[in-house]
Design a protein around this ligand. Structure first.
Ligand code: PLP
Length: 393
């Protein structure tokens, strides 16, 4: 693609709402071409349809996911809205199955949009004791025969790793479409499209952006008809990302691999460190042998890493003591580890689990960490000092 009129090495931000089309013949050709959805049209028309800066950022994601199409949207939620809209015919007779351990925003979307407004019959396949029983899943599938299955590769906040290739294999037997939310695992650890998933979505707000300074989502796929319909839906509904955010995403995503490798290694080291401390109750990290889904993670992620998230809770003789220890920890580390409700940021950030996911996870001493890519030793010093001060109380 022609980058611009000067000798810049990167795609600039094109903020045009509508592009200049010169004459009636060009206009006609541009609109005709628009319905063909070529990646690199001669003329752009309108930024809600497509925009060169956004196409350029999408090409970066296509390289990471190694897929034929990546479509950017304004948020992870609009990517989920688009992905689910593709398979919603309005006349379906078959239910959809969602795995129970999925992003809270997705649960709200299911309840208030897919069920309440779109009338889709949704069933949850529930994790028990920290993992999914795929024999039960297979039984469920043969009974329900859903048209769509939706699953996350690594769940929040308990970091349950799902055997996505096996789920896709089972879903294939019943002709069910599979949507995978791969936000936590990222294409560095897992590429569900290679295993036959129909759609992979990401909240690009998280690891792809990696700097906590923009909101974006992406829908990835290889099937031309499905993705053509995604392009149309995004255009008609207006889920397009802004060119400014696409520009920043395109730049920041270039360091994705470097950042994520470090985040995984920081997480792995800190999980091992926390695991040795007597004031810590339990540590949930798929890289630890004690994690219920460690064997799945070890099989699927090819020893590349186990993700950048760690959840743990405080030991205590009663719930109140655990809560007090948690709060002391939060205030002790607050200069270095801030309480910010997102993940994948440059610095390690934390969330109190009970305060956000209390209905499902009411444990008062539990904290979720999103590891940053800072120097590990500094991070461990910060955490160790906080734990020492709590322990000596
Ligand atoms: C954050 C998140 C989303 C939603 O993404 P937004 O960019 O906030 O809209 C969806 N799925 C997962 C797993 C997430 O972590």
């Amino acid at each position: 693609m022609k980058k611009n009129e000067v000798n810049s090495s990167r795609m600039p931000v094109y903020r045009d709402a509508g592009f200049e089309l010169f004459d009636a013949a060009t206009t006609e050709a541009a609109f005709r071409n628009e319905t063909e959805h070529e990646r690199d049209p001669e003329y752009f028309i309108y930024s809600r349809y497509r925009n060169p800066t956004i196409v350029s950022a999408e090409e970066e994601i296509m390289k990471l996911e190694q897929c034929k199409w990546a479509l950017l949207t304004q948020s992870g939620m609009s990517a989920i809205d688009t992905a689910t809209a593709l398979f919603h015919t309005g006349k379906e007779t078959r239910p959809w199955i969602f795995f129970s351990e999925i992003y809270g925003g997705t649960i709200s979307f299911i309840e208030s949009v897919l069920k309440a407004r779109r009338g889709i019959d949704i069933q949850y396949f529930t994790a028990e004791d920290g993992s999914y029983n795929l024999r039960e899943f297979e039984k469920n599938m043969s009974k329900v025969q859903p048209s769509v299955v939706f699953v996350e590769t690594i769940s929040n906040p308990m970091l349950i790793v799902t055997d996505v290739p096996e789920i896709i294999r089972i879903a294939g037997k019943y002709g069910s479409k599979v949507i995978v939310d791969n936000t936590f695992a990222t294409p560095y650890l897992s590429k569900p499209l290679d295993d036959g998933a129909d759609i992979v979505i990401h909240s690009a707000t998280k690891y792809f952006s990696g700097h906590g300074n923009l909101s974006a989502g992406v829908i990835c796929g290889n099937d031309k008809d499905i993705m053509k319909s995604a392009i149309e839906y995004r255009k008609f509904v207006g889920h397009m990302l802004s060119p400014d955010d696409a520009y920043r995403l395109q730049t920041q995503i270039q360091s994705f691999r470097l950042r994520f490798v470090r985040q995984c290694s920081n997480a792995s080291k800190l999980a091992a460190f926390l695991n040795e401390r007597s004031i810590i109750g339990k540590v949930w990290y798929p890289g630890l042998k004690s994690h219920k889904t460690h064997h799945i993670a070890a099989k699927l992620f090819n020893a590349k890493g186990f993700g950048g998230m760690v959840t743990f809770d405080f030991e205590g003789s009663n719930p109140e003591e655990k809560r007090i220890r948690r709060d002391k920890f939060i205030s002790h580390v607050s200069e270095k580890i801030k309480l910010i409700p997102t993940l994948g940021d440059p610095h390690t950030i934390l969330m109190p689990v009970e305060a956000v996911w209390g209905k499902k996870y009411p444990e008062p001493g539990m904290l979720r960490l999103s590891l940053g890519f800072e120097e590990y030793d500094e991070l461990e010093d910060t955490v160790a000092a906080a734990l020492d001060s709590i322990q000596s109380l």
